[in-house]
Design a protein around this ligand. Structure first.
Ligand code: HEC
Ligand code: HEC
Ligand code: HEC
Ligand code: HEC
Ligand code: HEC
Length: 160
């Protein structure tokens, strides 16, 4: 019985430690990126596909080194040099739709002339990478805007 209680105690301590540790490590992103410090740059500078293709895309090092020849604040110089060498930063895409849904940024941003904020909330002003998508896009979010904007509500327009 005592063994069982001890085990339960350990489990609780581990669980609390995990919860306490969670906020600090909750960002999945490799670099403490800060959108607010980059407000002067156009969104499309870093999300290059947004006006041309379906995907907005996340930026690679070649974009960063135009302004950060040396490591930006919060990133160790050897790590930055290593990333610059591979040219790659492993950003994690957080906003994602299931495979059966079709979505095009170009369609919404160029033809629909919608502001990023109408779907992504205030991420453009964030001071640290969010732990989860800043705004959750459900079918009803898509459909209610399509109703307002008189865009297609056909199942086949959004689903393959
Ligand atoms: C158009 C120029 C420009 C580009 C491109 C750019 N940055 Fe920056 N970045 C800045 C400026 C300006 C600052 C603010 C400098 C300061 O506060 O000392 C900054 C600050 C930062 C900081 C420090 C944030 C903080 O909290 O202090 C990080 C990290 C950073 N940039 C990462 C990146 C990454 C990663 C990329 C590529 C995806 C990138 N930057 C692309 C101009 C740029
Ligand atoms: C009508 C809604 C909508 C608008 C407007 C919109 N997005 Fe998105 N965005 C999405 C959806 C939905 C996804 C996920 C797409 C997927 O998984 O196929 C996404 C994904 C992204 C991603 C993740 C990377 C990628 O390629 O999927 C980035 C970055 C992004 N959007 C940036 C932007 C920027 C910048 C703007 C404004 C210029 C913008 N978005 C406007 C709905 C929108
Ligand atoms: C200097 C480069 C840079 C600029 C400029 C920039 N972003 Fe980003 N963006 C990033 C990076 C790096 C990430 C991934 C880390 C993070 O979320 O902070 C990101 C992530 C995002 C995401 C989350 C994608 C997902 O998977 O959910 C959205 C949405 C987004 N940016 C929108 C915007 C909008 C809107 C603007 C303009 C107001 C903008 N970004 C300007 C570099 C940039
Ligand atoms: C804030 C408003 C808004 C939201 C949210 C939105 N859309 Fe749209 N969507 C539009 C508008 C406006 C158009 C018409 C653009 C044009 O002029 O072609 C459109 C067009 C489309 C089209 C092309 C339809 C056709 O006629 O073939 C598809 C597919 C689509 N959206 C999918 C989605 C999906 C999937 C989501 C949710 C993840 C979504 N949209 C969220 C406003 C929105
Ligand atoms: C404007 C775009 C749009 C239209 C129109 C649309 N859907 Fe969807 N649908 C979505 C998106 C986005 C998702 C994924 C939502 C999520 O993951 O929360 C989805 C998810 C679904 C799912 C899966 C639900 C689940 O729980 O996984 C079904 C089934 C579905 N839609 C059926 C339909 C049918 C039937 C119609 C026509 C009456 C329709 N959809 C019209 C965008 C749309």
């Amino acid at each position: 019985m005592r063994k069982v209680l001890a085990l339960a105690g350990v489990t609780i301590v581990v669980a609390i430690a995990w919860i306490v540790a969670l906020p600090a490590s909750s960002s999945l992103q490799p670099i403490p990126f800060n959108h607010a410090k980059h407000v002067g740059a156009a969104c499309a500078l870093c999300h290059a596909g947004v006006e041309r293709t379906a995907g907005a895309t996340l930026p690679q090092v070649a974009v960063c080194v135009k302004c950060h020849a040396t490591a930006p604040a919060g990133v160790a110089q050897p790590r930055w040099d290593a990333m610059a060498k591979t040219g790659h930063i492993d950003w994690v895409k957080l906003t994602r739709l299931p495979d059966h849904v079709m979505f095009s940024h170009r369609r919404h941003v160029v033809l629909g002339q919608l502001d990023c904020r109408s779907c992504h909330g205030t991420i453009g002003a964030s001071t640290a990478p969010p732990p989860r998508a800043a705004a959750r896009l459900q079918m009803k979010t898509c459909v209610s805007c399509h109703q307002q904007e008189a865009a297609s509500q056909d199942c086949a327009a959004c689903h393959r």
